[in-house]
Design a protein around this ligand. Structure first.
Ligand SMILES: NC(=O)c1ccc[n+]([C@@H]2O[C@H](COP(=O)([O-])OP(=O)(O)OC[C@H]3O[C@@H](n4cnc5c(N)ncnc54)[C@H](OP(=O)(O)O)[C@@H]3O)[C@@H](O)[C@H]2O)c1
Length: 288
């Protein structure tokens, strides 16, 4: 029997991942911790607490994920996303555990013009991306058996997300402006959690890109959300990132090439439009 520790278990991805891991590792012990149980900014407390549990696998999802918030609170971004990852890596190494670290497309600069593969050089444009990249580096140097999974544009039932935000605004407004100069692949947390579970079962190591397939802009994603939800009266206006004026710069094109996932594990990710249909129908069903 293995003991698997999930840190960030109450976040958007964490809640789906806990359910999927408890089902697919039913003969193992899956323990979920979040900020109430462990503050990863504190080195001694983090190491002692994880060492006390002695897990064989540590899945590290906890992060400061407010991309614009990171611009104004750089100290917190690096304390959680970089130093936090270093503390978890130190503990994982002391326990000789495998460490899985969730990272982001925002480690890339967006000027490649084609999907980024795992060997492309990172060039973050914002504080969040810099702090997550530093976290990746601590994991790579601190743990022998590591798996870094870069993903993007997450949405799911357990967090504030773009899909819900568009549908909420559709009830309140007649027109909606959506950014049309950032291209990526929206990824459903349920699909990602299943892929992480499969990668852990296969004992995959190194860096993997994992996202739903096909690409879109936030604007075309918004169009699809409204169309599939039967909202036809809403006017949506494509705008530029400059017009939106968010504090953090975002890459204009950060599609992840997931060929390595297929080549090395046989796993494929379905198109984002199919995943979105599933999310929308699950959303219509009452919880429970
Ligand atoms: N969301 C995306 O689009 C996206 C894209 C690419 C990669 N990722 C990565 O995927 C992972 C999961 O993302 P998510 O969207 O599920 O994140 P999330 O919903 O923000 O969940 C992160 C969890 O970590 C907790 N946390 C924050 N600071 C902590 C600390 N000091 N110690 C312990 N726990 C702490 C948070 O608690 P509080 O809520 O109380 O702060 C939250 O429960 C993250 O590593 C993120 O960087 C996300």
């Amino acid at each position: 029997m293995k003991r698997i520790l999930v840190i960030g278990a109450k976040g958007m991805l964490g809640r789906d991942l806990m359910g999927i891991f408890q089902a697919s590792f039913s003969h193992d012990e899956v323990v979920g911790w979040d900020i109430e149980e462990i503050d990863i900014r504190k080195e001694d407390g983090t190491v002692a607490k994880i060492e006390g549990l002695r897990p064989e696998v540590v899945i590290h999802l906890a992060a400061y994920t407010d991309v614009d918030g990171c611009e104004s609170d750089k100290e917190r971004a690096f304390a959680v996303n970089a130093d936090g990852a270093r503390h978890v890596a130190l503990a994982a190494s002391k326990c000789r555990a495998k460490m899985v670290y969730l990272s982001t497309d925002y480690v890339f600069g967006g000027d490649k013009g084609e999907p980024y593969s795992e060997s492309d050089s990172p060039r973050p444009l914002n504080v969040y991306g810099h702090s997550k990249l530093k976290g990746e580096q601590y994991v790579q140097t601190g743990v022998k058996d590591f798996l870094i999974i870069r993903t993007q544009w997450l949405y799911g039932p357990f967090g504030k997300n773009f899909v819900d935000s568009i549908l909420r605004q559709a009830k309140e407004k007649e027109a909606l402006s959506i950014v049309d100069d950032q291209t990526g692949s929206p990824t459903y947390t349920v699909d990602l959690a299943k892929a992480i579970s499969a990668l852990v079962q296969l004992d995959a190591r190194g860096i993997f890109h994992v996202a739903n397939s096909d690409l879109c802009t936030w604007y075309t994603f918004g169009q699809a959300i409204l169309k599939l939800s039967g909202v036809n009266q809403m006017r949506i206006i494509p705008i530029s990132s400059k017009e939106l004026g968010r504090p953090a710069a975002r890459p204009s094109y950060s599609v992840l090439n997931c060929q390595k996932l297929k080549r090395e594990t046989g796993l494929t990710m379905r198109p984002w439009s199919e995943a979105l249909k599933d999310y929308l129908s699950a959303r219509r069903r009452p919880l429970g």
